[in-house]
Design a protein around this ligand. Structure first.
Ligand code: NAD
Length: 554
């Protein structure tokens, strides 16, 4: 078990006893601690939660100061956190967030990895990823449903609605990428998943996201063909460097139907270049970051070139939001953007409805609370078959990490109903303690990320970053419990600005009022952002669900 700065493993308190002055503060404390629970975090000893170097707090002194401050924070005070370090407590009011967070933000011309790292080394900033520095990461499940939805969309587009009888090739079995094998098998398919870190493979097998480990590529292919021919779902992990293995499989003429990738390519120092042994990776990256970056990019170019080769051979190929195309292009590979990103290819129609990864965590620590909320979701949305399929599969297959939690994609007009129901269930005692309700930043209206969420917007507004800032402001104005603005999550420094919110259902009437506003206005940002960009579906949603957009009026 990883030691966390000499204090033993961190684990969020469970049950109904408060360690703070109120449930809003308590939720922030528990969710911060939960992010660093060794069951949840990828490298808890370094405060790293997921996504390369995405951290929950800047350093251990900051972590201690945050938890100490939350313990005494009053219900009309707000703690300010600057890139993982608590910098002030201000008197506000009970509708204000208890915590405001800004992570990794840099002025435009300075927004590069080398400058970020220079400032990080000086102890002035930290990389917050998306839900690491905003304290609402819930382990690999968080991404599982999005990944499941994406592979369902691939199946619908190319394979008659199921991946049965197909083979998907991907790499990266980390905190997020680890959802891929289970998402593929949930859709009936076979997955070959490459990772250079044997621990990532073992961890996914242990958590039942991955079925088996093959000794080498030969065995992986043999197992994959057998399962495909029997139309039997199977996921196979294999230890290799993807920059070598993917071109190798292409050269052998491997029969692959779908290709994607979730290595941590957004951060060249977290991608293993060809010629570097995995054991030496950290030391080599630290010794010569510039040289390592160059080598990683060159390897990514080889990797992407092979992905394009599979596309030329007829496979369905897409970038899974890790910037690997951008990095390959920086290394001089000119066809890097020949295949699309997953958002324009499959997800944008959902964004037009304000849909995105809605999630909640049971602060009680009791899995029975999540089972009860699952039933509430099925009861609230009986007409939504894919949601029902997901909730059932998740109940059966998802291994909770840390506090029990659930995720499902809900849109405008749905999230507020779910949130209010949960609050009523806390009030009535049906749930044994409050629930923290948040979402990923991979979302409909709270992110500007031209290589991912806002790639290829209809009106060309990919890089316009006013939307996440408006999102954060409207969430503050609506009564969220904590709100954050980040830079660089998902795709890396210089490439995204995004915002998050978490709102706590503590069973009070006040929480109900806040939830109604936040969980209406937050997905509402997705609808208005896509109306503004000219999407017909978003206009229909605005019309049907009465979302006010001044430019549509008069
Ligand atoms: P992670 O750091 O936890 O895991 C990355 C994995 O890639 C590690 O297991 C590492 O060993 C492996 N890896 C690195 N270089 C490799 C190589 N050359 N060959 C084989 N394996 C290699 O990261 P994560 O949280 O799983 O995220 C992965 C990427 O996906 C990130 O870039 C992240 O920003 C992106 N992401 C995408 C989505 C999405 O919805 N598409 C969501 C979140 C994150």
């Amino acid at each position: 078990m990883a030691e966390q700065n000499g204090r033993g493993p961190i684990r969020a308190p469970r049950g109904t006893e408060l360690n703070t002055r109120g449930w809003q503060q308590e939720a922030a404390l528990r969710m911060l601690m939960n992010n660093l629970d060794p069951e949840v975090a990828e490298h808890p000893d370094k405060l790293v939660v997921y996504g390369g170097t995405g951290k929950a707090a800047r350093d251990w002194r900051s972590y201690d100061a945050i938890t100490r401050t939350l313990a005494t924070l009053k219900g009309d005070e707000t703690l300010l956190v600057q890139s993982g370090r608590p910098v002030g407590v201000m008197t506000t009011h009970e509708w204000a967030p208890r915590v405001l967070i800004a992570n990794s933000n840099l002025v435009g011309d300075w927004a590069t990895w080398p400058e970020f790292r220079r400032l990080e080394q000086l102890g002035l900033t930290m990389y917050g990823q998306m839900t690491a520095g905003s304290w609402i990461y819930i382990g690999t499940q968080g991404i599982l449903q999005g990944t499941y939805e994406t592979f369902s969309a691939v199946a619908a587009k190319r394979f008659g609605g199921s991946l049965a009888g197909t083979i998907t090739l991907t790499a990266g079995l980390g905190g997020m990428g680890g959802a891929q094998p289970l998402a593929v098998t949930m859709n009936g398919g076979v997955a070959i998943c490459i990772d250079c870190d044997p621990r990532s493979i073992d961890r996914r097998i242990e958590h039942r996201y991955l079925d088996v480990k093959a000794a080498d590529l030969d065995e992986a292919l043999r197992l994959a063909y057998e399962a495909r021919d029997a139309r039997r779902p199977l996921s196979i992990g294999v230890e290799a460097n993807a920059a070598q293995a993917v071109p190798d499989l292409l050269a052998r003429g491997a029969e692959i139907d779908v290709v994607t990738d979730q290595t941590s390519a957004h951060d060249p120092l977290a991608y293993l270049p060809i010629g570097v042994a995995f054991e030496d990776m950290a030391a080599e990256a630290a010794k010569d970051p510039e040289g390592f970056t160059q080598r990683a990019r060159e390897s990514m170019a080889r990797h992407v070139e092979a992905m394009v080769g599979f596309q030329d051979a007829g496979a369905e190929v897409f970038d899974y939001g890790n910037s690997i195309r951008g990095e390959a292009q920086l290394a001089g590979y000119t066809r890097a953007f020949d295949f699309p990103g997953f958002v324009p290819a499959y997800i944008r129609p959902l964004f037009c409805e304000g849909k995105g990864p809605f999630r909640w965590a049971a602060l009680s620590g009791d899995p029975a609370d999540i089972a009860r909320t699952d039933r509430a979701i099925l009861d609230l949305f009986p007409e939504n078959e894919s949601l029902a399929r997901w909730i059932k599969l998740a109940g059966e297959r998802v291994h909770f990490q840390g506090l029990p939690a659930r995720i499902c994609w809900l849109g405008y007009g749905e999230r507020d109903r779910a949130g209010e129901r949960f609050n009523d269930m806390v009030a009535s005692g049906e749930l044994s303690a409050p629930v923290a309700i948040g979402r990923d930043h991979l979302d409909c209206g709270s992110v500007a990320s031209p290589y991912r969420e806002t790639e290829a917007m209809l009106d060309g507004s990919d890089a316009i970053a006013d939307w996440p800032l408006l999102n954060a402001m409207v969430n503050v104005a609506s009564g969220a419990s904590w709100v954050s603005i980040h830079h660089g999550g998902g795709v890396g420094i210089g490439r995204s600005i995004h915002a998050g919110q978490v709102t706590v259902a503590d069973g009070t009437a006040l929480a109900g009022e806040k939830i109604r506003r936040v969980l209406t206005n937050d997905p509402g940002m997705g609808v208005i952002r896509h109306v503004d960009a000219g999407y017909d579906r978003a206009n229909e949603v605005a019309e049907e669900r009465e979302v006010r957009v001044p430019m549509r009026e008069g």
